[in-house]
Design a protein around this ligand. Structure first.
Ligand code: GLC
Ligand code: GLC
Length: 650
């Protein structure tokens, strides 16, 4: 858009650019800057327009983008242009992701590179390497307390190792995902150290207070993330004699985005990693980016504006790079991280589908799909050019953050129902699941759950009791849940050892720096000797791995599984089943009916009862996943316990 004020400002900024920038060939940069500058300028005015140094900061912002562009390699720029052409490239069903620890899945980065074959064997072509930047030992929150945003933790490797991985991935069409921890730094980051040493410039990067006056007001409305290990949202710093905002752990200092210098620094970090060849940046804890007195300090409008501005700026420098929003918040809030009041995604193109994840776990516990179907029906449609990251487990805990109204709608009382879920996964009812409670909050009664997928669905207890039937059930549940995330629409993200049925790892109790954080129970080291069993028929590893591999390969062939808001949740009378239709958005008659039984008993599914009717009783159906016709008697289809179908007409 052409708008006089921003345009003449841009003219003068371009005049003021440093000579070494002006001398470069910046054609693509200028066209993109011209296209986005109106938006960038308006967002920058809304966020920082009141400041005397506004124009100076805007100039620095443009310089940061320009320098990022100059540093971008030819190869990456070519990729940018290709992706700009084929702008829906990431909505394809061909993408399947996996999240791994460089020092858990592998020993370190070079070792991770040596395991590319494993990704290819399974069909993984998007790899999220969990945080690898420099962190203080022991006070790292699993890599999310960063002391240097431009260095890799020497225990796992070097930048050269990472660039090498990025190159090897690119050759094989595998996307690299890396974390950018936007919300906070470690208290050992140079900015924090200089703040402690008294430099006002760096104190202004954080929220630092002399007395409890303001912190106390904040506390009245702010929830706690880690109430058990790190109660409260502020930490007393002895050296400064002041209070610092620390929403997560006491060593994670929240960055203050009301300071444009912080925004510009973090944009620079983001572009730095984009230029190392990272395809997708996972923006950590985005809901927390803006703090405002009297609010929960989550999902604030300005947190969204910060993300929009980051997106607009990143598009100027590295338009091929995507953002993932890690916002584990209420269902109606999550979709806003694609961008509000827009048609096309304008914040993050991808968001964790925490709603689906939590609802799936509800169905595992209750063995019915009442809340799952209800919650999914209310899941708002996404914007165009936006997609979900669908997952069953990740490196974090499971929070049962569904909508209270949905819970009531299906006949449960929200607090009691959440209590039931926690108790269920702790194994209080039938000792089958082996979950650990995470951060129980005595004041609010809330808690979350940790545990590996396999242990939560009963594989650990089944293996102990050597009960073949229970083992088979646990495996079916693992496949069932993946059968949903692979067909739902969006990019499925498989976690670490889940394709091998890796169980809980209790060794974290022996490590004082991990003992108080039960998330470590599901962050195991992969035993690669045992993983070899995936090739040996009759083993648990084989059953899970070979089935997943097949599902992934088939998913990639089904164009109805691409993500174009082409899903309809069906209304069923049977409360143990979940059913939805996926159709090809270009040829809507090409459809796949996904139906899944979450119950431990066989269930019937009546094709004729479907509104809208999808298939008739006369149709000959095929289950794309098994390649067989379903057990069918006229319009009735039988699903065994925990079975799912991907049905299509033959
Ligand atoms: C994110 C990470 C989580 C971490 C938190 C604080 O939610 O996934 O592991 O504890 O941010 O950085
Ligand atoms: C994240 C999530 C929350 C999680 C926490 C620690 O920001 O919002 O669900 O428990 O970090 O993992």
């Amino acid at each position: 858009m052409y708008e006089q004020i921003s345009h003449s400002l841009l003219n003068s900024i371009l005049d003021d650019l440093r000579p070494e920038i002006r001398r470069q060939d910046l054609r693509h940069f200028y066209t993109r800057l011209g296209a986005n500058f109106y938006a960038i300028h308006s967002l920058f005015v809304t966020l920082y327009g009141h400041r005397d140094d506004f124009k100076f900061q805007l100039l620095r912002l443009v310089e940061t983008m320009a320098r990022g562009y100059i540093d971008r390699s030819r190869e990456l720029e070519t990729l940018d242009i290709k992706r700009e052409d084929d702008y829906n490239w990431f909505l394809s069903q061909k993408w399947v992701g996996m999240a791994v620890y460089s020092n858990g899945f592998a020993e370190n980065l070079p070792d991770l590179e040596s395991k590319i074959g494993y990704f290819q064997e399974l069909g993984i072509n998007m790899v999220h390497i969990l945080p690898i930047l420099r962190c203080p030992a022991g006070k790292s929150d699993g890599g999310y307390a960063i002391s240097d945003f431009r260095q890799i933790d020497e225990r796992v490797g070097t930048i050269a190792d990472l660039r090498h991985i990025a190159e090897e991935f690119r050759k094989r069409d595998i996307l690299l995902v890396l974390d950018i921890v936007l919300n906070h730094t470690s208290d050992e980051h140079e900015w924090a150290k200089r703040a402690i040493a008294g430099e006002q410039h760096f104190k202004d990067y954080y929220y630092i207070y002399d007395s409890r006056d303001i912190p106390d007001v904040f506390e009245q409305s702010m929830p706690e993330v880690f109430p058990e290990s790190d109660p409260g949202n502020f930490t007393w710093n002895e050296e400064m004699g002041q209070w610092v905002m620390t929403v997560f752990h006491d060593y994670q200092w929240d960055l203050n985005y009301s300071n444009p210098a912080v925004f510009i620094e973090m944009l620079d970090v983001l572009l730095f990693w984009a230029n190392q060849g990272v395809d997708v940046l996972r923006l950590d804890a985005v809901a927390f980016l803006w703090k405002k007195l009297g609010t929960t300090c989550q999902n604030e409008r300005k947190a969204h504006l910060i993300l929009q501005l980051m997106k607009d700026c990143c598009q100027v420098t590295a338009p091929g790079v995507l953002f993932i929003a890690e916002a584990i918040v209420a269902p109606t809030e999550i979709t806003k991280y694609f961008g509000e009041d827009a048609i096309v995604a304008k914040e993050c193109e991808i968001a964790y589908n925490a709603t689906l994840m939590a609802l799936l776990w509800d169905s595992v516990a209750t063995r019915n799909t009442k809340l799952l179907s209800q919650g999914l029906k209310n899941l708002p449609n996404k914007l165009e050019r936006a997609t979900w990251l669908n997952y069953v487990r990740c490196h974090d805990d499971i929070g049962f953050g569904f909508d209270d109204q949905d819970i009531e709608q299906v006949g449960y009382e929200p607090r009691a129902h959440r209590r039931f879920l926690i108790d269920y996964f702790k194994g209080d009812f039938d000792a089958i699941p082996r979950g650990l409670a995470f951060m129980p909050n005595d004041t609010t009664g809330d808690a979350r759950i940790c545990g590996s997928l396999a242990s939560l669905v009963g594989l650990e207890s089944a293996l102990e009791s050597k009960d073949q039937k229970l083992i088979a059930t646990a495996i079916s549940r693992i496949l069932l849940m993946h059968g949903i995330i692979l067909s739902f629409g969006g990019i499925p993200l498989i976690y670490n050892g889940d394709a091998l049925g890796v169980l809980n790892d209790y060794s974290f109790y022996d490590d004082p720096s991990k003992r108080n954080d039960s998330r470590w129970v599901h962050r195991p080291k992969i035993n690669w000797a045992k993983a070899e069993l995936r090739r040996k028929q009759g083993t648990v590893e084989f059953s899970i791995f070979s089935a997943m591999k097949k599902m992934i390969a088939i998913r990639k062939e089904i164009s109805a599984f691409a993500d174009f808001n082409n899903r309809e949740i069906l209304h069923l009378d049977n409360q143990h089943l979940l059913a939805f239709v996926r159709f090809n958005h270009l040829r809507p008659s090409e459809l796949v009916l996904v139906v899944a039984n979450f119950n431990n008993q066989p269930q019937f599914f009546d094709l004729d009862s479907l509104v809208p009717s999808v298939f008739s009783s006369l149709d000959r159906l095929i289950d794309l996943h098994s390649g067989r016709s379903p057990s069918q008697s006229s319009s009735r289809i039988v699903l065994q316990a925990y079975q799912f179908y991907w049905l299509s007409k033959t």
